[in-house]
Design a protein around this ligand. Structure first.
Ligand code: ADP
Length: 485
């Protein structure tokens, strides 16, 4: 295992300056793959959030407001370019913070973060609004204005990617922001603040306050009366707490929450293709992606063949050092999360399940929060392991006999984020995709994203949609102006 050679301390970024907490409080940042300290992080709370919100509010009426669309586009493009220039450094920090393979950070997380800026800077030019004439009496036209100060609260699984997915449209629409990165992964957000400053973003437009969620920086951001909107990605339970607290100041909310996504495999699909993609949809990023397909349903006639091939391939996955290019599965994020994920493996046994592969810490890896990719069979729809989000490299596989039966099982959940359907029957593909209660349904694929398309969950998996115009709708107010003719 590569030892930690990088240490980086993370300060808040408020009004264009890197600053410590007012009372100097910090917390340790730990590398989950080695359990070593990576550095210290300024621990913010209500006072730092207040300073950041005040800076963001001032910046709303500064040069950020008066600059031309061309200048804003140039700054956003430059942010994307600088992310690309610093790809290797950012990928390294992301893997040190999260425990994920560095090839994954370097080839997906960071390049896509840059693309978020390039995409939304291009998008600015496509924005048009409506005009409506009422006989010769009145002309109405709508204009888009920023929502104001937006709070972005982020999770630890795809730190820079999910942050930029919110930040780029928020800035493109002319808002100012206060970011609260996940306490477990503070490093790339800190570097991003530097990048934004270097790209020419005016002071106060982007602010970063580190700290924890409940009773800390996160809660203070949600409660602050001068924050107009909150965009949050995280657990469904946290989303409920934030909604209750945001109600006091009636904030606009965008939510991307948990999932327990089904992967439905019909016997007529191409099994080799299914297996190849299912390996990713099950175990990429240690299964710590809200879109991972953790409930696998296989038509009975293909079930045995699927299990044999899936288990064999899973046993080949190399778990370990995030900086070894051969590693496919890195470390889970923390001790606490490791205990939570492995508690579901114990529960699966209590609920009558069979562990077909994995289920334990890999031999020889005594430090770090490593877990073998785990396949569980023999469980039924009522089991907690089949119902609850685990957010780790753990999947259940259940056979089914009919389309009606599998649809009933698939929809028997409070979640509704995404789903995959595998079939070569065109009519069935359309029928099943239409019936699944999820915001995103992939047919014969997974994780294929066009940033113009709506992204978000149904039921308790989210509120609102992001992507293209949908993001602009959240991050801007549409104002109608009525002129009497
Ligand atoms: P996880 O348990 O996987 O870290 P959370 O939903 O708890 O997921 O955290 C996602 C983000 O939400 C983190 O940045 C966290 O600090 C923040 N957070 C957690 N609780 C609250 C809260 N009550 N108010 C505001 N932010 C919160």
């Amino acid at each position: 295992m590569q030892t930690t050679t990088v240490t980086m301390d993370c300060l808040h970024f408020i009004d264009g300056q890197f600053v410590p907490s007012l009372n100097g409080t910090t917390f340790d940042n730990i590398n989950p793959a080695t359990e070593e300290k990576l550095g210290i992080v300024a621990e913010g709370g209500a006072p730092e959030v207040d300073l950041a919100v005040k800076a963001a509010r001032r910046a709303l009426s500064g040069p950020w407001k008066t600059m031309t669309a061309n200048d804003r586009i140039t700054i956003l493009r430059r942010i994307g370019d600088l992310i690309i220039q610093r790809n290797d450094e950012l990928a390294r920090l992301e893997s040190l913070d999260t425990g994920k393979p560095s090839w994954l950070s370097g080839s997906i997380d960071i390049p896509r973060s840059a693309y978020n800026f390039h995409f939304f800077s291009d998008y600015i030019r496509t924005i048009t609004t409506e005009a409506t004439q009422m006989d010769n009496v009145a002309l109405n036209y709508a204009i888009r204005v920023p929502v104001g100060v937006v709070g972005l609260i982020n999770p630890w699984n795809l730190p820079l990617l999910l942050l930029t997915w919110k930040l780029a449209p928020a800035l493109a629409a002319g808002n100012t922001v206060v970011i609260k990165p996940a306490e477990l992964t503070p490093m790339t957000a800190t570097v991003l603040a530097e990048i934004c400053r270097d790209a020419g973003l005016p002071n106060g437009v982007l602010n970063v306050v580190h700290g924890f969620g409940p009773d800390s920086a996160g809660a203070a951001l949600v409660e602050h009366p001068d924050v107009n909107a909150i965009s949050f990605t995280g657990e469904t339970t946290t989303g409920k707490v934030i909604m209750a607290s945001a109600a006091k100041t009636l904030k606009r909310l965008s939510y991307e929450l948990g999932g327990k996504n089904p992967n439905v495999i019909f016997a007529d699909s191409n099994l080799d293709e299914v297996i190849e993609t299912t390996m990713k949809s099950s175990f990429i990023n240690q299964g710590e992606v809200c879109l991972c397909g953790s409930r696998i349903y296989v038509e009975r006639s293909a079930y045995e063949d699927f299990i044999n091939k899936f288990v064999a391939k899973t046993k080949e996955l190399i778990v370990g050092d995030p900086f070894d290019p051969k590693t496919k599965v890195g470390s889970l994020i923390s001790q606490e999360h490791y205990e939570r994920v492995t508690s579901y493996i114990s529960l699966a046994l209590e609920e009558g399940g069979t562990i077909e592969s994995g289920g334990k810490r890999p031999e020889g890896l005594n430090k770090g929060y490593f877990l073998e990719p785990t396949i569980i069979t023999g469980l039924t729809r009522d089991c907690r392991v089949v119902k609850e989000e685990i957010f780790g490299p753990v999947v259940t596989v259940i056979p089914f006999d009919t389309e009606e039966e599998v649809l009933e099982q698939v929809n028997d959940t409070h979640y509704g984020l995404s789903a995959s359907v595998w079939t070569n029957d065109l009519r069935r593909a359309h029928r099943v995709a239409a019936e699944i209660e999820a915001g995103i349904v992939w047919v014969n694929t997974w994780f294929l994203r066009d940033l113009r398309t709506p992204f978000g969950g149904m039921k308790q998996s989210g509120i609102g949609r992001e992507g293209g115009l949908h993001s602009f709708e959240f991050y801007s107010e549409l104002k109608n102006i009525c002129i009497k003719l």
